[in-house]
Design a protein around this ligand. Structure first.
Ligand SMILES: *Cc1c(COP(=O)(O)O)cnc(C)c1O
Length: 238
């Protein structure tokens, strides 16, 4: 498991260098370790190397790990698509969701969030490049959903998330990233007019192993990194 700790060091170095190159503070960007398909002991190894925020895609798989590691002060982020029949598990077990793109799911999450837990932290997923088979809502619908989410008592709106299509070239990738950042800035400037208490619009989740430098240059505040920390995943559906 020392490999995981070495990998984490390297990823932190990449983030630091990218922040420096972009003239941003080193603490302007948080690292989310995406541990989908990895066993609980891999998560624990990363935790012992100082990583406390983890992202999971597959709800059922995640809940097993969350329960196995419940004594550790880990923040769990749901970064996978959530169907209606999984909202209760997300509301009960996660701290954040990055993939909200429908009001109906938001309403269910708010209703099902247990009273003893803090509000669920929410990012709205936008489909910035119109990728056909992707979740996320069109950018022009993001404001309406953001306003609606800010009215829901058990959710706290925190920002946006995107997963750009694997781009044909770095210019296309850059366009998707800067487009999302522009939308983030616009919503942030409007968010003050929403129900103030439930909004803290400070998080732009974008950038993965392959494009974290570009994402940081374009304004990301949270990069979601799997492969560079945990190594490759099985090729199947993942
Ligand atoms: C798997 C996944 C990641 C991590 O991707 P890597 O390329 O392995 O860093 C980030 N975000 C989401 C939504 C993912 O599903």
């Amino acid at each position: 498991m020392t490999i995981i700790s070495d990998n984490l060091q390297q990823v932190r170095g990449r983030i630091r260098a990218a922040c420096e190159a972009a003239g941003r503070r080193a603490d302007a960007v948080q690292l989310l370790a995406v541990s989908k398909t990895m066993a609980a002991d891999a998560v624990q190894a990363a935790f012992e190397a100082g990583q406390t925020a983890f992202g999971e895609n597959y709800i059922q798989e995640a809940v097993g790990k969350i329960q196995a590691l419940r004594t550790l002060p880990i923040t769990w982020h749901c970064v996978g698509p959530v169907q209606s029949n999984k909202t209760r598990l997300v509301a009960e077990h996660f701290d954040w969701i990055h993939t909200l793109d429908r009001l109906k799911i938001a309403e269910r999450l708010s209703e099902q969030r247990p009273a003893g837990l803090p509000p669920l932290q929410v990012l709205i997923q936008v489909n910035v490049d119109g990728g056909a088979n992707k979740s996320g809502l069109p950018p022009h619908d993001a404001l309406a959903l953001a306003q609606a989410v800010s009215q829901l008592p058990r959710l706290q709106l925190r920002g946006l998330m995107c997963i750009p299509e694997p781009a044909a070239n770095s210019i296309a990738n850059y366009a998707a990233l800067t487009g999302t950042c522009a939308l983030f800035d616009r919503l942030k400037s409007l968010a003050g007019d929403f129900a103030a208490e439930s909004v803290n619009f400070d998080t732009l989740s974008m950038g993965m192993t392959a494009d974290l430098e570009a994402a940081i240059a374009c304004g990301s505040t949270m990069v979601r990194v799997g492969t560079a920390i945990f190594g490759g995943r099985p090729a199947k559906a993942y």
